[in-house]
Design a protein around this ligand. Structure first.
Ligand SMILES: [Zn+2]
Length: 199
């Protein structure tokens, strides 16, 4: 599957889960220092839904264009590194590269999510690591990624970046990083076709 095919594949499943019809067209794959970035037009717009009740503001789900941005960033990292399998010490290396994000050591997930977690770390650093930011735990639960964090105060876009990465994990094989889906069986896991039985 090419980079553009992976973009369409994952975008299709991510947006369908949000009960929206994608109408996306890739216009370019642009070389950048961060890796080859897919540029697109179309797709559902709008911000995440925010409900207010009794003056309290509730954050809704992360918006579809933000998810596509996260996907474009993820594929840049995945295709930049071109490593079919993450090295055994990927978690330690990742934490070493991003000490202000992975403040309590490396994440404990399948190696297929290494590039997804690198995407999140680079995105947070680009937005600006908030004061007092801490990653308290990163793990798999019910087949998808949970990234527990807190900070003294942080803008919505940091929370949205982390939520986008968590959302994308339901569409990325945790063994190899290829497009996948969360599958039942002995236990829930997000896997591509090739790793579907490997549970
Ligand atoms: Zn796989």
């Amino acid at each position: 599957m090419s980079l553009v095919q992976e973009f369409y594949s994952i975008a299709g499943t991510v947006l369908r889960d949000q009960r929206r019809v994608p109408s996306i067209r890739v216009t370019a794959v642009e070389p950048t220092p961060a890796g080859p970035r897919v540029r697109w037009i179309g797709g559902p717009g709008g911000h995440r839904v925010v409900a207010t009740e009794d003056g309290t503001r509730w954050r809704g789900g992360v918006g579809p264009q933000w998810l596509l941005e996260g996907l474009s960033r993820y594929l840049a990292v995945r295709w930049r590194e071109r490593t079919p399998t993450a090295p055994a010490d990927w978690s330690r290396v990742l934490a070493g590269r991003h000490p202000s994000v992975f403040t309590s050591g490396g994440p404990y997930t399948g190696p297929g999510w290494a590039a997804l977690l690198a995407t999140g770390a680079e995105w947070i650093e680009e937005l600006g690591v908030p004061s007092g930011f801490e990653t308290t735990d990163v793990k798999e639960k019910m087949g998808t990624l949970r990234w527990h964090h807190h900070a003294d105060d942080w803008p919505d876009d940091i929370a949205d970046a982390i939520e986008a990465v968590e959302t994308l994990s339901a569409h990325v094989c945790d063994k190899c990083g290829a497009p996948g889906r969360t599958r039942g069986g002995p236990w829930l896991a997000t896997r591509c076709g090739a790793h579907a039985e490997d549970r």
